[in-house]
Unconditional design. Structure first.
Length: 274
């Protein structure tokens, strides 16, 4: 909301705050939107906002002031942007950004050591433990203690809407002892199917059939558990926002729009000392 992009909104609607350099939007409008976001968060539109070429990995980049010029220049040439799905830093003067349009943005701050991190956690990154290993990297790089960390889990596709296939369940079961607790079967409410269930039998695996049941995964809870496993206190974890597919008036949803979606950003940075 509140941006200048028109690629994803109705003709009679006000502009939107698309923050992704997508093929459907104009680059100059997206960069203006990023300036609006930087100004809203930091007080200055000139604050560098660093973004990545995300590819569903567990690669976390250590950002420094020296690297901001190259990262900012890459906004004009996305192919030059650093590849990764996480940032961390203990330097001030810029914002770390994670793009999302269903995947889960996770932001972490060390209040004592003055260090921050941002992680992009789709189901692949979640299976690769990007959040859990990222907190571990903060401990190594900055001396962060989990007891000093606070975390925010941002808007993403909820378990209510995120139907997946058996291969996703298998991937989680290979990594997490509690994997089954993150999944549930969802049956569509249909009086005809309830009355005549034999008409809707299928040999296809759960999550692959359009007639149900569908297998749904809770990525928000999965990443909350990774924060807990890394030692972050339950009281220091805040879940912010809601399901991106359920609220198209507030959020972009890649799945809800069948691929025609802009991108939101979760951003975090360190204020310069007075």
């Amino acid at each position: 909301m509140g941006g200048v992009s028109r690629a994803y909104c109705a003709d009679d609607a006000p502009g939107e705050l698309n923050l992704g350099l997508t093929a459907a939007d104009q680059r100059e409008l997206v960069l203006r939107n990023r300036q609006l976001l930087a100004e809203a968060v930091s007080g200055s539109a000139a604050t560098p906002l660093l973004s990545l070429r995300q590819f569903h990995s567990n690669l976390v980049i250590h950002a420094t002031v020296a690297a901001t010029a190259a990262a900012t220049a890459a906004d004009a040439q996305p192919d030059r942007a650093r590849k990764g799905d996480g940032w961390m830093t203990d330097e001030s003067g810029f914002l770390l950004a994670i793009q999302a349009a269903d995947c889960i943005p996770v932001l972490v701050a060390d209040r004592r050591r003055r260090a921050v991190a941002a992680f992009h956690a789709g189901w692949r990154g979640t299976v690769k433990r990007i959040v859990e290993s990222g907190v571990g990297r903060m401990q190594v790089a900055f001396g962060s203690r989990p007891s000093d960390l606070v975390a925010a889990i941002g808007p993403g596709i909820g378990a209510c809407c995120y139907a997946v296939g058996e291969e996703v369940l298998s991937a989680f079961e290979s990594q997490f002892i509690y994997a089954r607790e993150l999944f549930r079967e969802v049956y569509e409410s249909d009086p005809v199917r309830s009355k005549y269930p034999m008409l809707f039998l299928t040999q296809r695996a759960p999550g692959h059939s359009s007639i149900g049941p569908q297998l749904h995964v809770d990525l928000i809870e999965a990443n909350r558990r990774q924060l807990l496993a890394a030692g972050v206190s339950p009281r220091a974890i805040r879940i912010v926002g809601g399901c991106t597919q359920c609220h198209p008036e507030l959020f972009y949803s890649h799945r809800g729009s069948r691929g025609h979606a802009g991108r939101m950003m979760g951003v975090i940075g360190i204020r310069a000392r007075a």
